[in-house]
Design a protein around this ligand. Structure first.
Ligand SMILES: Cc1cc2nc3c(=O)[nH]c(=O)nc-3n(C[C@H](O)[C@H](O)[C@H](O)COP(=O)(O)O)c2cc1C
Length: 230
């Protein structure tokens, strides 16, 4: 089965990742519709150096980065994929460092800025990819938390801003008593994955997925029990 779905997993927490639960549900939905194979790359275990800003990938060897590291695997996987799911926990209102490092290193896949209306046109190898972002946060609501990331994605992708699936109160995913509530939310996420595969984006469903799972007060009480201050 061709790996036409690439999952870039940006949580450092391995199988304990809240966000990975959501990403898996999304991918399950996509696969139910498409039957596509999956390749997963973990940004925290890949050896990827920061971009050196040398612009050799634009000026000297167009499309080729001078740094030889695991980023070559990312370029190959991204080129082969039809859909790229980028999954990460929100860290200080943005993407975690290793995800940003991989993002910066995607610059060889962009054409140099040419003064046109679009900041960066992608090279042919990255054309027509469908991106989907998924993230969880620890705050009781997604309101305000995702504004900086949303603005960043809007600026990067310009005309084709990918959907961003967000889930608040993600600590609940670690609480066995909350299993039913969490599973219901994951079913909604899976439904969104199916819609995405069919080329649809249901904003109402995205808003429902981004809504609090339980009351704010109850969530605070639970979090305090899970992480009592010392
Ligand atoms: C360094 C760090 C920064 C974080 N920053 C935020 C934040 O700005 N807003 C928020 O709601 N949660 C924040 N969190 C909580 C995580 O986003 C949340 O626990 C998430 O569900 C973890 O996902 P994971 O299990 O997939 O790694 C932060 C956690 C860490 C470790």
């Amino acid at each position: 089965m061709d790996a036409k779905i690439l999952l870039l997993n940006g949580s450092p927490r391995g199988k304990k990742s809240n966000t990975l639960l959501a990403a898996n549900a999304l991918i399950e939905g996509i696969q139910e519709v498409t039957g596509y194979g999956l390749q997963t790359l973990e940004t925290n275990t890949l050896q990827v150096s920061p971009c050196r800003g040398c612009f050799n990938c634009w000026d000297v060897t167009p499309g080729q980065c001078v740094i030889r590291d695991d980023m070559q695997t990312v370029y190959e996987a991204a080129t082969a994929a039809e859909m790229i799911v980028v999954s990460f926990p929100i860290y200080f209102f943005g993407m975690p460092g290793p995800v940003k490092t991989v993002t910066d290193r995607m610059i060889p896949m962009m054409r140099a800025y040419d003064g046109g209306p679009i900041l960066h046109r992608v090279r042919p190898a990255m054309q027509d990819k469908r991106f989907l972002f998924v993230s969880t946060c620890g705050f009781h609501t997604t309101q305000g938390i995702y504004d900086p990331l949303r603005a960043q994605l809007k600026a990067i992708f310009e005309e084709q801003v990918p959907p961003l699936v967000t889930i608040p109160q993600a600590e609940l995913m670690q609480v066995p008593q909350m299993k039913d509530i969490v599973n219901h939310r994951l079913e909604q996420v899976k439904a969104f994955g199916k819609q995405f595969a069919e080329g649809k984006t249901d904003e109402a469903l995205l808003a429902e997925i981004a809504s609090p799972l339980i009351l704010e007060r109850a969530y605070h009480r639970l979090v305090k029990m899970m992480r009592p201050e010392t």
